[in-house]
Design a protein around this ligand. Sequence first.
Ligand code: PMP
Length: 418
Amino acid sequence: MLNIENHIAVKKKFNVEEVRKDFPILKRLVNGKPLVYLDNAATTQKPQTVIDSLNHYYNYDNANIHRGLYFLSEIATESYENARLKIKEFINAISSSEVVFVRGATEAINLVSNSFYMGKYFNDGDEIIISAMEHHSNIVPWQLIQNRMDLKIKVIPMNDAGELDIEAYEKLISPKTKLVSVVYISNSLGTVNPVKKIIEIAHKNNVPVLLDGAQAVPHLKIDVQDLDCDFLVFSGHKVFGPTGIGVLYGKTEFLEMMPPYQGGGDMIRTVSFEKTTFDDLPHKFEAGTPNIAGGIGFAAAIDYLNQFDRDELTGYEKILLDYATEKLLQIDGLKIIGTAKDKASVISFVIEGIHPYDIGTIIDTDGIAIRTGHHCTQPVMARFNVPATARASFSFYNTKEEIDKLVAGLNKVKKMFA
Ligand code: PMP
């Protein structure tokens, strides 16, 4: 048996040049130049092992799951359910029945909001608290509920560095507060929010907390029991896995209480025209044929990450963040939006007199991929009074040389606009 100490001992030493060889896309040329991929907050690249797992599934094991009593269906079911188990361990959930497969973070939040509504968890006049730096996917689903009932959305303000005002947050909580739903790491500012504190304050007031972990899971080791969050949502494609698969983690007590928000096959125990009874957790929330290959690919991504000491990866990303911050600030007229003390490797910036779209388009000619726009956080753009930003977001397969290329590209843009 592999004990924990052995497990730690077999961790692979991180070496960026070796790691880059695992990601085939990093070898490709774009516009005749080696790809410099700095849009990891939008989606991450996939290691060969993830790509191979998808190929293997479709080449050898493809069958529908849970219903077949034949060889292939049993193998496919086992692989899919093993993936759930792997994710349970990855986030340290108590049970794999707390891991609900969904399309991604967006669908997970819609599942909670709709199920809460359908289960009459909210009464007219109730309140939820979100923050000023939420992704649209943690704003709009709640507004859709607001269209159906009197639900008040309160917003935790942030300072000019892009840090949440925790004192203001405490004052927002009232006897009518039914949920706090906040982002762990902001995708447009890079801020790492003090979520343990946020959860502690909410729980003192008997209010559950949903964490949007879409940007946190790729960068930090996550332990849902230690965090004590009631829900955590994240997407496979931002954690080196496939698109179309994600997770809603929920504490059993909540998932048990919540009604399913979609009905169909695979989520029932018995159906008659008079009455349907639902399957146990987590299947109650997984109507229809799921993304089987996606789940298997996600598990392969977790296997890939588990080779490394996650803290070592996070430490390397911090070196990239500090290096890039220093170099970017040397560019005349460049301003970083989001200067929180605790940041992940995401840098949003604007350059005086140059529209972010022009920045993105011009550096693309040198094979450098960054994101420009509002990053699905229009309220953040409004708060900082900018129409859009350019955003470079780094993963552990990026290098200082790539950051130098970004800086050279930006200097080229500046010359063109001089
Ligand atoms: N929350 C955050 C903080 C995000 O960055 C994103 C993706 N940009 C989402 C939610 C939504 O993720 P998805 O589109 O994969 O559902």
